[in-house]
Design a protein around this ligand. Structure first.
Ligand code: NAD
Length: 281
């Protein structure tokens, strides 16, 4: 039986996935915060923004499902530590420990500035809608580097919304049910010919914005379609932000945690002042 490390295991996706994969793999769950163990899994508490922790948790595993990180838009410092530094640490620690395969949950927000009337596949260039989206593009780029430079097997899932049921109209297009998630993750772990792949982590939704032919090519046969819930969801739907409603990323295209960068000072300080400042340091 393969041993799989799941980082961010205490989170929403990790909790669904651990339940779905219990008994199929030997699971090593890891997170910054404690979790309630499922079945036979082991738990290692770790902060992935520290390389020493990343090295400790990635020892002697067959694959890493790297879910740990900042999962919404937020201040740059949080995104930087968890999603940029944390992602680098996990990929690099896996490489140093000889782990060949990594599954990375990128996001619909890596391509959130595509419009709702566009159908996109795995070959489009990213159009992130947030700092969070940018961090996911970073993870995809890092995965590409580790595949090409170090021969690692990198499986990037641009996840829509993991949920047993769609919660609003937008999620009708990006629902990803736990059993479809488990199927796609299993393909990511088991497929014999993974080098660097991008697939969309969504169920077989009729209202999808994605041409998910790359996942289908790798054997993905989603079992669920959000259409089952469409009438009920649409009956409840309230009008939303008019800008957000034009783009696939929804509210992330308008969400803002920090004000725009401060305007440049009107007058440049004199050279002598700059020199003094430098010396004081
Ligand atoms: N939930 C979704 O539908 C969805 C959609 C697209 C992408 N994703 C991605 O999937 C992953 C999991 O999402 P989620 O919804 O379960 O998020 P979540 O916020 O529920 O869980 C993330 C987990 O990561 C842990 N974490 C954060 N910083 C950490 C650190 N420095 N070290 C160790 N652990 C740390 C948190 O404690 C948390 O348990 C994330 O990378 C997210 O961006 C999720």
């Amino acid at each position: 039986m393969k041993t799989i490390l799941i980082t961010g295991a205490a989170g929403d996706v990790g909790t669904h996935l651990r339940r779905e994969l219990a008994g199929r793999y030997r699971i090593r769950a890891s997170d910054l915060r404690p979790l309630k163990k499922i079945a036979q899994e082991t738990f290692l508490r770790a902060d992935i923004s520290k390389m020493s922790d990343a090295l400790r948790i990635t020892k002697s595993v067959d694959a890493v499902v790297h879910l740990g990180g900042y999962s919404v838009e937020g201040p740059w410092e949080g995104i930087l530590n968890a999603n940029i530094i944390g992602c680098y640490n996990v990929f690099e620690a896996a490489r140093r420990n000889g782990v060949k395969r990594i599954l990375f949950p990128t996001s619909n927000h890596a391509t959130g500035f595509y419009r709702l009337d566009q159908t996109i596949d795995h070959r489009v260039y990213p159009k992130p809608d947030s700092r969070y989206g940018v961090s996911k593009v970073f993870g995809e780029a890092l995965a590409s580097l580790y595949a090409d430079k170090y021969g690692m097997q990198m499986f990037c899932m641009r996840i829509g919304n993991v949920n047993p049921v769609p919660i609003d109209k937008r999620r009708l297009s990006i629902l990803f049910t736990p059993r479809d998630l488990a199927q796609l993750v299993t393909i990511g772990i088991e497929h014999p010919q993974i080098h660097f792949e991008i697939v969309y982590g969504v169920s077989g939704n009729q209202r999808s914005w994605y041409d998910n032919s790359n996942a289908i090519r790798l054997g993905y046969k989603p079992q669920d379609d959000s259409e089952t819930f469409a009438a009920e969801v649409l009956r409840r739907e309230q009008p939303g932000d008019p800008t957000a409603e034009q783009y696939q990323g929804g509210m992330f295209v308008v969400a803002e945690e920090i004000p725009n960068p401060a305007p440049l000072p009107k007058k440049r300080p004199a050279r002598s002042q700059l020199a003094n400042k430098g010396r004081k340091k």
